[in-house]
Design a protein around this ligand. Structure first.
Ligand SMILES: Cc1cc2nc3c(=O)[nH]c(=O)nc-3n(C[C@H](O)[C@H](O)[C@H](O)COP(=O)(O)OP(=O)(O)OC[C@H]3O[C@@H](n4cnc5c(N)ncnc54)[C@H](O)[C@@H]3O)c2cc1C
Length: 461
């Protein structure tokens, strides 16, 4: 029987183990799988804490449904009935402008308006800035097909003001990235496609909105689980029919007579036929360096920046009536000069995140544009975040619950040219028989993409 080791028990490693198991079943070819995780728990960045009736996410709080692989896995492991939709009635997003939160105009689709009325009456841009956004309707499409940064794309189509105040923070915020470096093709290829197809991005977005109006409504944009994202980890783990070794780190990878031998800490070396490396790219580089120095250098070139998440629970009565939590939260453009990158109003975004009579906020700090903040001591971060919550939302009370999670070098950056570099890495890995890569550093950081990549890695093994 073939034996495959999976290094890393995050969602990518777990999904790879499940995919191998399914493949073995459907092809009646048994395969032995060993999942090696250096931590004592599985799930990697997916981690939920329960405290006093609050559901506190240390990492992801949901996954998008537009990409099908997350929902498909939920169906396969039978946890559809534990899914909860985001609150579609209160999807507004705010942007920090000075000391105010300004609501993103209705119909604004990440980069551009699809309804003129709310956009023209919004205070987020000057009149000149709004006219420059409208110029997208008349500008020619870019001829060149090479990758470009989010900032370059937005400036070209909608002008510098909209890039800095609207599209840049919205798009780069998701990746805790610098819009000047973030690859359009690796993160939002649909906008490059809209420009190519419709010339004007706004025209393309309006057409897409109108076409969608006639279609049956799909699932809500984001889904989570009643008891938090940890459900995905726990239920997937319970469906894995393989050897799971927690607290075991893979320290080196050697070629064996047939296959590969892994040095484990603690433990005896393990010899296997194939290895799926589902750990961060720096860790994969360490293991592969003796076998292909260029491949290792390519993996190291995927920069990973640090961020931190601070969840704070408050009494509902501590939220001023003048600042209701009527949306998913807010994003702070770099030029707002804030410590926080963004703040999710978790108890509005999903039901059941705070007990009756309480609210839950989730602040993000660090990322590519302000990484030093993520390295500050926890109490300093809390002080800075609470000062900003007080200034922007008027919440001055002592939190009833707090939960802090730091992610050192936890956010891979998809710099311009990322997809070409990943294609090169994949070609180099193909020259190492029995090795495959999976995880959020390559073809999508989101959970559905990690699951999809893991399936492909399992397939290739
Ligand atoms: C704060 C934050 C918020 C996010 N929000 C969202 C969101 O809302 N929605 C969404 O879809 N995505 C979100 N993401 C992204 C998503 O969570 C990640 O891309 C995804 O979970 C990564 O999974 P992974 O399996 O590739 O890596 P990881 O989860 O990092 O797992 C890798 C595992 O490898 C283990 N490991 C490392 N080295 C070794 C070794 N030598 N031997 C053995 N094991 C090793 C690690 O301990 C870890 O458990 C967020 C990420 C962060 C940090």
């Amino acid at each position: 029987m073939k034996h495959v080791a999976i290094v890393g028990g995050g969602i990518a490693g777990m999904a790879a183990a499940f995919a191998l198991q399914q493949k073995a079943l459907s092809s009646s070819q048994p395969v032995q799988v060993t999942l090696l995780e250096s931590n004592q728990r599985l799930g990697g960045k997916i981690v939920t804490y329960q405290q006093d009736g609050f559901v506190l996410e240390g990492g992801p709080d949901s996954f998008i449904t537009q990409k099908p692989w997350g929902l498909t896995l939920c169906r396969e492991i039978g946890i559809e009935d534990e899914l909860i939709p985001c609150n579609e009635a209160e999807q507004a997003v705010y942007l920090v402008k000075g000391s105010q939160l300004e609501r993103m105009p209705t119909g604004f689709r990440l980069v551009a308006p699809t309804r003129w009325g709310p956009f023209l009456s919004s205070r987020l841009l000057s009149i000149g800035g709004k006219l420059r956004v409208a110029a997208d309707l008349f500008l020619p499409a870019r001829r060149e097909q090479s990758d470009e940064s989010i900032a370059s794309f937005l400036r070209r189509r909608f002008g510098a003001e909209a890039m800095e105040a609207l599209g840049g923070p919205m798009m780069a915020g998701i990746y805790v990235a610098d819009p000047e470096k973030l690859s359009l093709r690796a993160t939002f290829p649909m906008f490059a496609e809209l420009e190519k197809k419709h010339r004007s991005v706004i025209r393309g977005l309006v057409r897409a909105r109108k076409a969608a109006e006639g279609r049956p409504k799909g699932p809500p944009m984001f889904m989570s689980f009643r008891d938090g994202m940890q459900t995905l980890v726990d239920r997937l783990e319970s469906r894995l029919d393989c050897e799971i070794r927690r607290g075991v780190a893979v320290r080196a990878l050697h070629r064996a007579a047939q296959g590969w031998s892994l040095d484990l800490e603690p433990g005896e070396p393990l010899t296997v036929d194939g290895v799926i490396l589902a750990l961060p790219p720096g860790g994969a580089a360490e293991l592969l360096a003796p076998h292909d120095a260029e491949l290792a250098a390519g993996l190291r070139a995927i920069r990973c920046v640090s961020s931190a998440v601070l969840s704070l629970g408050f009494r509902a009565e501590d939220v001023p009536a003048s600042r209701p939590l009527d949306g998913f939260g807010f994003v702070a453009p770099k030029r707002a000069g804030r410590t926080m990158l963004a703040c999710t109003w978790s108890s509005t975004k999903f039901p059941g995140r705070a007990p009756e009579g309480f609210v839950l906020l989730r602040a993000f700090v660090g990322g590519a544009t302000n990484e030093a903040v993520a390295e500050l001591p926890e109490d300093e971060i809390e002080k800075l975040v609470r000062e900003e919550i007080a200034a922007l939302m008027g919440i001055r009370a002592e939190p009833v619950v707090r939960q802090f999670t730091r992610w050192p070098r936890g956010n891979p950056q998809y710099d311009v040219g990322h997809l070409d570099r990943v294609a090169d890495l994949e070609a180099q890995v193909a020259d190492l028989p029995g090795i495959a890569l999976a995880g959020g550093a390559y073809r999508g950081i989101g959970i559905p993409d990690c699951i999809h990549g893991a399936r492909q890695a399992a397939e290739s093994i």
